[in-house]
Design a protein around this ligand. Sequence first.
Ligand SMILES: Cc1cc2nc3c(=O)[nH]c(=O)nc-3n(C[C@H](O)[C@H](O)[C@H](O)COP(=O)(O)O)c2cc1C
Length: 360
Amino acid sequence: MAVLQKLKEDYPWIETPLVVAAPMRLITLAESVVEVTKAGGIAFLAAGTDPSDLPTHLQTARDLLTKHSSPIPSRPNHLPFGIGFINWGCELESCLPPITQFRPSAVWFFAPKSPSQLAQWSHETRAASPGTRIWAQVGSVQEAMDALEAAKPDVLVVQGTDAGGHGLARGAGIAVLVPEVCDAIDSYLASRSGIARPAIIAAGGITEARSAAAALVLGAHGVAMGTRFLASPEVNISRGYRDEVLRARDGGQSTVRTKVYDRLRGTTGWAENYNGRGVWNRSFVDAESGMKESENKRLYEEEMLKGDGGWGLEGRMTTYAGTGVGMVKEVQGAGDIVREVRDGMRRVLQNVGRTEKGRL
Ligand SMILES: Cc1cc2nc3c(=O)[nH]c(=O)nc-3n(C[C@H](O)[C@H](O)[C@H](O)COP(=O)(O)O)c2cc1C
């Protein structure tokens, strides 16, 4: 079956071109997920590394969707959205019960300890909830092929190095990564039978219609965004964080991939080859200039007491965000973001088609 047709069958409420709201730990909870779903996108409620509050958030989302005026077309007994897990930090046994009870349409796996951990999570999830589709986020051609071989995911989220938050420390942008992954999948499938082609979703640096349309040209079947949704009222972030996202421009210069922020916040446990992209701040500058980590941590903890005032260039609170942060200029509803980017992609692709026809 063609990949787009399968996406429409698996997620009957979606409109295409497909816009996906990536899971963001502690940030994308019931409200944002519901708004994205209502707008025809696919959203992932973030369980992150701790599923203890997950059933409460899933129930809240389910209740909100029940109150929606027109029913969302979803597969019977399945929630019309997904759950995002950071595999290395979660116990599979604690994550399976909410999957079995709530039957999300998809689960999004990220940063497993090894391909065999990804294989185990995928196998157990399929056994617990056969209708739940498996999405695996990968950051290199090698990770993509390992994931394909180990887990046969329904969807591969191909995360380029521009992405906000965590990802591979060494990476390529989606302009390079998506076509190379697509070609590698073609070769892999050409020599094997009986393996379904995964859908490709591009992530990393996409914040608006032009970059989203470009991702489709590269070979993706849809796009996922994280940073853009940080400036929507439905996500769970503080005003200081959101204001910093709105302030930052020129993301290649104003953001950096580093382990410094994780170390100061105590969110350690990520594999050595992962780090996180965030906006430069005083903590990073001090770390670069050689400040002792214990002192930097003490200052970070002091800064936490300032609340929203702790963010900014001279602040120390972390603003995880991608290089696309400079294109995030206003607060906008999560549903409006989905509709704007989707309609914009259609317009951009039509315009490119018309212009090229004129040239030939
Ligand atoms: C603040 C923040 C938190 C994130 N948390 C998660 C997470 O919990 N799980 C996950 O798989 N990815 C997480 N990501 C990465 C996203 O899945 C996605 O790859 C990224 O946001 C795409 O790049 P963009 O931010 O440029 O849109 C996070 C990203 C950000 C910005």
